[in-house]
Design a protein around this ligand. Structure first.
Ligand code: CMP
Length: 224
């Protein structure tokens, strides 16, 4: 039963769209579905790896920390995205930790099943490469942001990246704690609070109920 359910889930995952029935069978045999609450570590930086994962629902942050415990958030990933594949490909330790920031549902796929699909299906291999290339493009953009923008620009870029169009307005729908913004741009929480206050006073952002934020068009002046 669980096997059939796993197969049905895997069939809907874009990464595995090119697989035939028997390949999906093999993959389902090496897969398990899991639910985690907010704040749980799915993958720990530095550990050896046995699985990769596909996020079915919820969001998780990809983060690294130094020996003093200072943290940097590399990315926030959402439903439909995969993670934990890098260490399966190069057999190095996990490159970062992946921690749930909302209740999450995900599928784990064993190293053996994932590697066998990579070798059997050029569609899967291409989809994995596309995912890696997308991440490299995002990392390039992040390096540019950190190197060329001041703190106002960096905060503006994070807010715009996390915003979506709602009824003709750009809105950050999910609460974005200042501490988390700080970890994304290499600034202190106090600095982010000061910048956000400044943006609010000058009418670049407008606080809405439940921690949401409306962004005014002129906010993009900070990043151009
Ligand atoms: P792995 O190294 O196995 O474990 C940590 C995972 O975090 C890694 O595989 C990737 O799936 C993911 N990851 C690492 N760096 C980034 C990044 N810059 N953006 C998105 N995901 C990442």
């Amino acid at each position: 039963m669980a096997h059939d359910e796993n197969k049905a889930f895997l069939r809907r995952v874009p990464l595995f769209a090119g697989l035939n029935e028997s390949q999906l069978e093999t993959l389902a045999a090496g897969s398990a579905r899991r639910s985690y609450p907010k704040g749980r570590t799915i993958v720990a930086e530095g550990e050896t790896s046995q699985s990769m994962f596909i996020l079915l629902a919820g969001r998780a942050k990809v983060q690294r920390s130094d020996s003093e415990g200072k943290e940097v958030i590399l990315a926030v990933i959402g439903a439909g995205e995969f993670f934990g594949e890098m260490s399966l490909i190069d057999d190095a330790p996990r490159s970062a930790s992946v921690i749930t920031i909302e209740p999450c549902e995900f599928m784990s796929v064993s190293k053996e099943a994932f590697k066998s699909m990579l070798l059997q299906s050029s569609d899967v291999a291409m989809a994995v490469m596309r995912g890696l290339v997308r991440r490299l493009r995002e990392a390039d953009r992040k390096i540019e942001t950190l190197a060329l923008l001041d703190v106002y620009g960096r905060v503006a870029r994070v807010l715009l990246d996390f915003s979506e169009e709602v009824a003709g307005e750009r809105v950050v729908r999910n609460k974005l704690p200042r501490q988390e913004i700080a970890k994304m741009i290499g600034a202190s929480r106090e600095m982010v609070s000061r910048v956000m206050k400044g943006l609010e006073i000058d009418g670049y952002i407008v606080p809405l109920p439940e921690g949401r934020l409306a962004l005014r068009e002129k906010l993009s002046n900070y990043i151009s």
